[in-house]
Write a protein that binds this ligand. Sequence first.
Ligand code: SF4
Ligand code: SF4
Length: 444
Amino acid sequence: MTSTHGLPPEFVLQPDGSLRTLDKYDAPLLAAQRGESTRFHAMAKPAGSACNLDCAYCFYLSKATLRDGPGSGRMSAATLEAFIRQYIECQTGSEVVFSWQGGEPTLLGVDFFRRVVELERTYAKPGQTIQNDLQTNGTLLDDDWCRFLKEHRFLVGLSIDGPQKLHDAFRVAKDGSPTFAKVFAAAKLLHKHDVPFNTLTCVNRLNARHPLDVYRFLRRELGSTYLQFIPIVEYNGFERIAPQHWDPAALPRQGDPQARPGHPQSVVTDWSVDPEDWGYFLVKTFDEWRRRDLGKVLVNHFETLVAQHLGQPSQLCVYGEICGKGLAVEHDGGVYACDHYVYPEYRVGNVHAGRLTDAVFSRAQVRFGYAKSETLPRQCRECPYLRDCWGECPKNRILRTTDGEAGLNYLCSGFQRFFAHAIPEVDRIVADLQTRGTTSRPRM
Ligand code: SF4
Ligand code: SF4
């Protein structure tokens, strides 16, 4: 923001010399500049989009060739240090969480992460706790890696899509060979070394039709107690076209055949989950979780729904009213609005140019976060599930409503089915928790 020096405090001087009144989009940066509480999260991409696998639905591999995008490369020593220093310096909370993602971060080797831990120790403020998360496909993990992860208390996220047949349908190596055996072996190795891990399962067009096979495999064969399900929704052309930069008039309406995968002119890639199947998947896994695993297993969508009905904020950005506090930092230090918005249109800074807080709380980024609820179509604003859903993630708003308004979430029909089914039961769970005086849910 341009300095307000010499001006009444409610005005700001813009780069073109004009004045404008300060508004709510300026407030977070002003608060940060006053040294007030600043908390945010950034996902680091130290290997950029490089990966040893070639999963059909990966939305990140194409970043290497995106025009004016981050390109490919590994994070240099100078960028790593600048990022770690700034990320710690800019946060006022007592806990700082680093999340290392890709591409595949383990391609960088254990020594890269030994340096990470050293730098974190160097820059940690007194009394601050530093936590590291590592999202991995697991195929490169070995005893050495696991010893390191255990020693430094990394929380691992292991990507696995279900039992062998479902996993190997899309998650393949560069030569097209299956990867299930290696990932399953990685899970065993993590158990052997007592490294805490959760599972991240991409729910796609195929495994969405087998919810109980997926859930029971993760729960009982893999021993996962924290299940994250991520719906695969890929706009056809996502490799080049940034979200919200698509032609709204060309988007199908809800109910059109093009609003489902498999149609020759579908709005999504072939492997994207069908909205109806997404609803079916959530309903079936919710019932299984409720019947057998409530209180023992965390499932991201269910935990957050319970938390919201307890009056707590959403634990997942996608179900929040406002987002924009989870950015991505690429290998070259480029800072982007979100992991799903690594496009030049959404680059908000660079760790080598200015303070990280200036990017995180920039007007562009704050507006990005507010747009999540401010741009909802009437169908969402009048929806009985608005406060559970908030239109989910804006990157998935690739439909028009039946009366032609743009901005409807592709998964809407699935969410409606799930909320209609789950909410009465969630309210019973909440009433029970309140009766027993146990109203705090575990952090996700
Ligand atoms: S754009 Fe989507 S994934 Fe990114 S922070 Fe917002 S809701 Fe979350
Ligand atoms: S369920 Fe559908 S209509 Fe309701 S808020 Fe979510 S996306 Fe909008």
